[in-house]
Design a protein around this ligand. Sequence first.
Ligand SMILES: C[S@@+](CC[C@H](N)C(=O)[O-])C[C@H]1O[C@@H](n2cnc3c(N)ncnc32)[C@H](O)[C@@H]1O
Length: 300
Amino acid sequence: MPVEVVAALQPTAGGRYADGTVGGGGHAAAILKASAPSGWLSGCDRDGVALEAAGARLAEFAGRFELRRGNFSELAEWIEAESCDGVLLDLGVSSPQLDHAERGFSFQQDGPLDMRMDRAQPLTAARLVNEAAEAELAGIFRELGEEREARRLARAIVEERRLRRFETTRQLAMLVEKTVRRSGSRLHPATRMFQALRMAVNDELGSLQRGLAAALTILKPGGRLAVITFHSLEDRAVKEFGRHHARDYTVTGQLDVPELRRPVRPQMKWVQRKAIPPGADEVAANPRARSARLRVLEKI
Ligand SMILES: C[S@@+](CC[C@H](N)C(=O)[O-])C[C@H]1O[C@@H](n2cnc3c(N)ncnc32)[C@H](O)[C@@H]1O
């Protein structure tokens, strides 16, 4: 959604921007172009392969950007507090990650059960599927995949792995096909489970919570945060973060009882209340973009 991101961040010459999910560099290029001739961009990704692609894509902007391998949850450790005019987080996996079978993200093609964005981390999807307790697997499928058949799938995995280890994405997808029937759904029966495993392997919601807090730290007052989410769990986390920081009161305890509210200065405001969907042209060119939603907040 480069057009929408540029409209949200309004990059200007001399501005400083952080792209926490630089991927292939598409959005970063749009920000650098819009902030020519002197805008600066710090780009980060957990995936070393993505950073190589970004380096090549951004070569024409040499001298105006830096790239770093890491988790965006650590942005505030290398970018100075209150130094950025805009921060972008374009969440989830990239098309190159999904399309390369050996990365193990896709059940459409056979590959090793990997799913790590950062290939240096020890936890893989194979380790989780072969070693986690049944209750832990069921919890992951239910909470991160909103999977109704979570317990049945976890039980089927545990029974199957007594006979042989799970090594490949196809092997796991076939078990799901055998275990659950879904009439009338357009989704492949393994879609939710694969999403859940990927989110668990990469601790995506934990990174998002910490990344949003880091973005707030590095933004200048008046600077903007743009977040592109791809499913309801991510979108809910961003909405909740925005709601919390846009509130002019805090609550003591778990419940929001109006009489117990204490006034505080809000730290952020919504630039637009509603999430922004991609344009029809972008969805036609890239059907994967159809579930993308952009939310934009401004630091006060
Ligand atoms: C949807 S793609 C971004 C595409 C990018 N905006 C572009 O224009 O090419 C998401 C990227 O974010 C990276 N990523 C996801 N979570 C991350 C995290 N917590 N820290 C750093 N990078 C992350 C993935 O490795 C992937 O390359």
